[in-house]
Design a binder for this molecule. Structure first.
Ligand code: GLP
Length: 259
């Protein structure tokens, strides 16, 4: 892993946007997108570059990590709707090229398997953006998720439903079930970029980056991936034991590597 510690949320957004923009300029055509508040600064920066610097997403398709069961894409809190409103509509990625699990399918179990297959046949995903929840989940892979899991239907923890209630009129409105890319599916992306900001993410970040490999902290599976860049602000880095070394290593990178 190459841990990048930045001062503030906005700087994290610029660093992660650099990675995505470099990849797209070098021919990446498949992006993995995450919802939640963590990647918003990345999307804002990419939209700015698209408008001001002509960064083109003309050849890009996108895959979402997850979707609520029971919310149609027209629902303002469905992730299919959120990602269009926050990012893809603003950079010219046609909605037909923004793929997400079908949370209103008659057979959601088959829909999950089909989505996994679609990622496999259209992929691999070149750069996958990830947030992390306070309980260490990525996508909606709650604690206890198999580290090799594929896209499937999951039940949300009460903590996650409460965390996400801020986007709804109340916790009772938050669906109990989701379709999420599995941890094994996520790890097939070429480059994983995890964004975490704020002190409430510090414990989860430390567990993901330095803790034991365990299904109890699903994000710890990132330790098995050959190319992961956690981009965190100082507050989210607060519990990293090796933070000083990560800063040192970033300043003393081998010359052929760059940001
Ligand atoms: C949801 C999403 C995750 C996201 C998490 C954290 O559970 N399914 O992909 O990482 O929220 O969200 P936030 O970035 O708002 O803290």
């Amino acid at each position: 892993m190459e841990v990048v510690i930045r001062q503030h949320d906005q700087q994290c957004g610029v660093t992660a946007a650099d990675i995505v923009a470099d990849a797209v300029r070098c021919g990446a055509t498949t992006l993995g997108l995450a919802t939640g508040s963590s990647p918003l600064s990345v999307y804002r920066e990419l939209i700015r570059r698209h408008r001001k610097e002509g960064l083109s997403f003309a050849d890009v398709q996108a895959f979402l990590l997850d979707e609520y069961v029971g919310l149609p894409p027209s629902h303002p809190q469905s992730y299919a709707h959120v990602i269009r409103a926050e990012f893809t509509d603003h950079v010219g990625i046609d909605s037909a090229r923004v793929h997400s699990p079908n949370g209103i399918a008659d057979d959601i179990f088959t829909a999950a398997t089909e989505y996994d297959t679609q990622i496999g046949t259209s992929g691999p995903i070149d750069v996958q953006l990830l947030g992390i929840a306070t309980n260490g989940h990525i996508g909606f892979n709650e604690p206890g998720s198999s580290l090799g899991s594929r896209t499937r239907v999951k039940t949300l923890t009460e903590q996650t439903r409460h965390d996400n209630a801020r986007f709804f009129t109340g916790v009772d409105e938050v669906p109990r079930h989701v379709i999420t890319q599995g941890l094994g599916t996520i790890c097939e992306a070429r480059h994983l970029v995890l964004i975490a900001t704020g002190s409430r993410k510090a414990e989860a970040v430390a567990a993901a980056v330095e803790g034991p490999l365990t299904a109890s902290y699903p994000a710890s599976v990132l330790q098995l991936h050959p190319h992961v860049t956690p981009v965190v602000d100082e507050a989210a880095a607060g519990q990293l034991k090796n933070a000083d070394f990560y800063r040192y290593a970033l300043k003393n990178k081998p010359p052929q590597q760059k940001y």
